[in-house]
Design a binder for this molecule. Structure first.
Ligand code: FPP
Length: 247
């Protein structure tokens, strides 16, 4: 896996993660089956990935299926698995041509064999690319990630003294990714829903009522512009509140 590209200027988030929510409601509003919403949501991945690259975002993480989504009706799950297989086969060449590196976080267990193979082949093909790191969170859950990290940490024989924040981060799925700077959730929900729980500690959060299939490049620009206006203090006091020793 090649390194993550260098950080862009501070007003552009280095790593944007998106909770792509609202496909079902988008379909229901049009009297369409839910799977049509997922199809349109998947088409949107292409235009938002392209827009992210144009904006200078270096890492884009998209949440496509959570560990809790297995509770959905079997037909919908089968549909999403089919879409995943198709989108990987259809888009990988173009992603590769554009210099994007595909990664996956979560577990590939439970995916149909050919889909799992297609995902692994796409990751292998694009692993040396470094224009944009596109991470697909598929069958991902933040708590599950922590459980797996703790198990791996114990199996590696770390002692209590050796366990600190960097040590834990090294055992997460995201070990080779910077933490997200900006997390976007579409569709008007104001929850993290078990997404990047550890990594979101200092992320700026952006919630929009727009449903994912309708979330276009202009909306991504608006989220990035809002990010540029936020003051990120990481626990420090605001620069304005620090008295000027020269005054
Ligand atoms: C949320 O809509 C969407 C998801 C379950 C994940 C996003 C899925 C896609 C974009 C399609 C699949 C993509 C790939 C790459 C396989 P929802 O169904 O929760 O919408 P609702 O809240 O309106 O019901």
């Amino acid at each position: 896996m090649s390194a993550v590209p260098n950080a862009p200027p501070a007003t552009i988030p280095h790593h944007v993660a998106i909770i792509m929510d609202g496909n079902g409601r988008w379909a229901a509003q049009r009297g369409l089956p839910r799977i049509e919403g997922h199809e349109r949501g998947t088409d949107n991945i292409r235009r938002i990935t392209f827009a992210a690259g144009e904006l200078g975002i270096k890492c884009l993480t998209l949440w496509a299926f959570s560990t809790e989504n297995w509770r959905r009706p079997p037909d919908e799950i089968r549909g999403i698995m089919r879409i995943l297989g198709e989108v990987i086969l259809r888009e990988t060449e173009e992603l590769h041509r554009q210099g994007a590196q595909l990664r996956h976080i979560g577990s590939l267990d439970g995916l149909p064999d050919d889909t799992r193979r297609a995902v692994l082949e796409a990751i292998e093909l694009t692993k040396a690319n470094n224009k944009l790191v596109l991470t697909l969170a598929f069958n991902y859950g933040g708590r599950q990630e922590m459980v797996e990290a703790i198990r791996a940490l114990v199996a590696a024989g770390l002692t209590a003294d050796e366990i600190d924040e960097p040590a834990i981060a090294r055992f997460l799925y995201t070990r080779d990714l910077p933490d997200p700077d900006l997390i976007v959730r579409t569709s008007g929900e104001h929850r993290m829903s078990n997404f990047l729980l550890w990594q979101a500690a200092y992320a700026e959060l952006f919630f929009t009522p727009i449903l994912w299939p309708d979330f276009g490049p202009d909306d991504l620009c608006a989220a990035v512009a809002e990010f540029g206006r936020r003051e990120r203090r990481f626990g420090r006091v605001s620069a304005e509140l620090v008295s000027d020793p020269t005054a």
